[in-house]
Design a protein around this ligand. Structure first.
Ligand code: ADP
Length: 504
């Protein structure tokens, strides 16, 4: 790097720091803010303008091992805290995060690129998990089962399974952490978090607030690493004998690698992987409501969400009308720009790989005959990571975009004639996370709920995530559930104790 560039980098670094109150530049192990053992660092970049926000520790396997040991040690005492105590600490963490919502949102916008309004929405959503698990901590119950023997009693308890390794993605850098950490802390587990290399600053801010809330040292540890070191760190987090569970949200590809490593030690896994959500609109649907919801299901976080609508299946009778309304809404509501700018509703994509992926899928489809109704290219006048909000029609099965998870602001609209045809297309994927159905026919709503091969089905809604219901997929979209009481139970082992000789 030449000196001019280094000077510019330092200047931009200082500019950003002044505004980000919760900016931490060190990793967090055993209650200490630490550098990497090797002293290496890597830059965290604002995707809107490529400025370096901070340089933070680029940790490797050695640091990961130290963090797992710290979590293992903390587990010895944390597991024996009362549910009431864990609940009260989680509640304090929730309160501190609530108080710092705007500061957390600033950091999310700086490193993930999302519009400030959406970042605030993510903080509220992420906080809702801390609040929920503060309550849930006191309701992780066991069972007393009538035994087949008169002199014996069967007691089943739920015990915390130990240290949980957490690997998170960049698209919801706060909520993906609180959803996992809230649940496992409620259950009595400790953890090591490896946040995505694109968005580690939100994770560090969240644990800074956890420290303020009185979370004991070693209960939460954060290892920061570049993508280059992720496999080495991941290997320790999956294979260390003291780790009891790997909780991952990210791509199906990486999920399979981690699942393979976890299998070697018969570790528990909680995997929340890619989706390929159908958004089905039947002829009885209220079309303007369906279009409103389509905007949310497609363009929240600019399409970079695993539950984002990926395939719009529209009944042939209303196809043209739906596409026209959708196009109009997009032209009015999708305002591209940097996330901190007033009025912006769609930020940049996270990095150049995402831009290449989305452009590649659209270009392939257009080359094979798909028609662009709106958008269809990189918005170069705004920046190289900004992609226009796009609608494609005439998409055919031989185009890559037909079966792939797009993870960007591109809506593929397909026509269908019958309910069976819609079901067949919707289910013709190895993914099974979320599905959306629009109909005013009650029987049809029930039939779709039952027959769609997805872990979550929304009838007449484009947003279904909350702390209360179980979030998760089937098939290659994952294993396990997050949120709800099931989310905390994921981090427990059932223990059966037989009390015998009661007549002696
Ligand atoms: P995305 O495509 O959204 O970046 P990934 O699945 O590639 O999703 O990344 C999600 C998380 O998994 C990130 O924290 C990333 O650093 C991590 N990761 C990627 N590859 C590995 C690996 N081989 N081992 C452990 N973690 C990994």
């Amino acid at each position: 790097m030449n000196f001019v560039r280094l000077g510019l980098l330092k200047r931009s670094l200082n500019m950003e720091c002044r505004n980000l109150h919760l900016l931490k530049k060190l990793a967090y192990i055993n209650g200490e803010w630490v550098n990497a053992n090797s002293n290496s660092v890597f830059p965290v970049i604002n995707p809107a303008d490529d400025k370096v926000i901070a340089e933070i520790p680029d940790m490797d396997a050695t640091d990961a091992k130290i963090a797992v040991d710290a979590a293992t040690n903390a587990f010895k005492t944390w597991k024996d805290t009362s549910a009431k105590e864990r609940s009260s600490i989680l509640r304090k963490w929730f309160d501190v995060c609530q108080k710092n919502s705007d500061h957390l949102a600033d950091i999310i916008t700086a490193e993930a690129g999302k519009p400030l309004g959406e970042s605030k929405g993510e903080v509220a959503y992420g906080n809702s998990f801390l609040e929920w698990f503060a309550d849930t901590a006191r309701h992780i119950n066991g069972e007393v089962i009538p035994s087949p023997w008169p002199n014996k009693q069967i007691i089943v308890t739920r015990q915390p399974l130990g240290v949980v390794s957490i690997i998170t993605p960049w698209n919801f850098p706060f909520a993906m952490i609180t959803r996992k950490v809230g649940a496992l802390m409620a259950a009595g587990c400790t953890c090591v978090i490896k946040p995505a290399e694109d968005t580690p600053l939100t994770a560090l801010a969240a644990v800074q607030l956890a420290e303020e809330a009185g979370v004991p040292k070693g209960v939460i540890n954060v290892i920061t690493s570049s993508r280059k070191n992720a496999p080495a760190v991941g290997k320790v987090l999956c294979e260390d004998p003291n780790v009891g569970c790997i909780s991952f949200t990210g791509s199906t590809h990486v999920g399979k690698i981690l699942y393979g490593m976890a299998a070697k030690g018969i570790k528990r896994v909680a995997l929340e992987l890619g989706g390929n959500a159908p958004f089905i609109v039947f002829s009885s649907a209220d079309i303007s409501h369906a279009v409103e919801q389509a905007m949310l299901a497609k363009f929240r976080n600019n399409g970079q969400a695993c539950v984002g609508a990926n395939r719009f299946l529209i009944h042939e009778e209303m196809f043209d009308k739906f596409v026209d309304c959708f196009k109009y809404k997009i032209s009015q509501k999708c305002i591209l720009g940097p996330g901190h700018k007033e009025g912006v509703t769609c930020g940049p994509l996270i990095n150049m790989e995402q831009i290449k992926k989305v452009s590649g899928l659209v270009n392939d489809a257009v080359k094979k005959g798909a028609k662009v109704m709106i958008g269809g290219q990189v918005a170069k006048d705004i920046g190289e990571k900004f992609y226009e909000s796009t609608v494609l029609v005439d998409v055919k099965p031989d185009m890559e975009i037909y079966g792939e998870e797009i993870f960007g602001p591109v809506a593929v609209c397909l026509k269908f004639k019958t309910e069976n045809e819609a079901l067949e297309i919707a289910n013709s994927t190895r993914s099974g996370l979320a599905a959306y159905v629009f109909t005013s026919d009650l029987g049809q709503a029930f039939r779709m709920s039952r027959q769609l091969e997805f872990g979550m089905v929304a009838i007449n809604d484009g947003v279904l995530s909350a702390a209360e219901p179980p979030f998760g997929g089937i098939k290659e979209s994952g294993i396990g559930r997050e949120g709800s009481k099931h989310g905390a139970e994921e981090y427990t082992d059932l223990k059966y104790t037989l009390f015998s000789a009661l007549d002696k």
